[in-house]
Design a protein around this ligand. Structure first.
Ligand code: ZN
Length: 331
């Protein structure tokens, strides 16, 4: 079968995306508008849309535009346009509205603050006053860590292909001593604690606890708290929620039943399971997609401009070429 015929068939499948979902499945597409989408995003989002379609479920588009320094509305518009060009359709989103609006994280601050407050009241958080410099001193210079991570990735297990590389170092626990006694922090008053700004709020993990889950694509996964990841930030000192907090809060609020995303987020899933438990949220199912790597075996990032959907489209590639791995050699 030639490519154009295959693509025509694919379009018929897209057209069959149920206008009103017939099952309780709810999936999502969650692009971050910090650059143009590339081939890796295209495949992951395509998989998400096919799984929602096959389940007769709903697909939600959520714009993860929390990073004020790197997010651009032009990238958000480009992401929507590129996904439409690929043939992906969704039922709810920033461009369409829906019962769980708003669908842009930059407009959902009250939800994250409510989640922070709940975690704080339940005793899961402590304020961390470490500066970036403090952490670097405690952990060793950043270039040493990156070198170690690269050596890891080049080991025979080919970790990077699965995307297990997660360079967020394990927090050394400097401020942990203040757990549950936040008011004893020198210079702090009760009022300071009620206002989240000014500290990085960390979620305290139980060292040695194994977090296990069954991935619908990659099989059984296991990560150990305190070893694979440490106490992680849920709210930054500037008041912005972390990816982990925003993600679980929105997935729960929007009733998401399956999360399809890149395998670089496997360890994030372990953290999010702990957050879901602490917040009383039901875990969704997970389907992590293997990452697309370039010709040097490095995983694609937004810096690979020559592999952005925009650039490939300008070079005359069709959605079919992109989704079927007919990648051009990187320019
Ligand atoms: Zn600290």
């Amino acid at each position: 079968m030639d490519a154009s015929r295959l693509w025509a068939l694919t379009l018929i499948r897209v057209a069959s995306l149920s206008p009103s979902p017939v099952s309780s499945y709810r999936g999502r597409l969650a692009p971050s508008p910090t650059g143009y989408l590339h081939v890796g995003h295209a495949r992951t989002f395509w998989t998400a849309s096919q799984r929602a379609r096959d389940a007769g479920g709903a697909l939600v588009m959520r714009m993860e535009d929390l990073d004020p320094d790197r997010s651009r509305s032009s990238y958000a518009e480009a992401a929507i346009e590129d996904l439409r060009w690929l043939g992906i359709r969704w039922h709810e989103g920033p461009d369409k509205g829906g019962p769980f609006a708003p669908y842009a994280q930059s407009r959902r601050g009250a939800h994250y603050l409510a989640a922070w407050s709940k975690l704080r009241r339940r005793g899961f958080l402590y304020p961390c006053r470490c500066s970036r410099k403090d952490l670097e001193t405690a952990l060793g210079a950043p270039h040493e860590r990156v070198t170690a991570a690269r050596q890891d990735a080049q080991s025979p297990g080919k970790l990077d292909l699965l995307g297990l590389l997660d360079e967020d170092p394990v927090y050394p626990g400097t401020c942990r001593g203040f757990q549950g006694h936040a008011l004893q922090l020198p210079g702090l008053t009760a009022g300071d604690i009620e206002i989240p700004q000014g500290f990085n709020w960390r979620f305290r993990v139980q060292d040695g606890e194994a977090v296990e889950f069954e991935d619908r694509n990659l099989g059984p996964q296991r990560f150990v708290a305190g070893l694979d990841f440490g106490d992680f930030v849920v709210l930054r000192r500037d008041g912005a929620p972390s990816y982990q907090l925003a993600c679980v809060t929105d997935d729960a609020a929007m009733g998401i039943t399956e999360v399809v995303r890149g395998a670089d987020l496997l360890k994030s899933t372990a953290r999010q399971i702990l957050l879901n438990r602490a917040l009383g949220f039901k875990n969704p199912s997970w389907f992590h997609c293997r990452l697309v790597v370039d010709h040097n075996g490095r995983r694609l990032a937004k810096r690979h401009d020559s592999l952005s959907l925009r650039a490939l489209r300008q070079r005359g590639l069709t959605p079919m070429n992109i989704l079927s791995a007919e990648l051009p050699v990187e320019a």
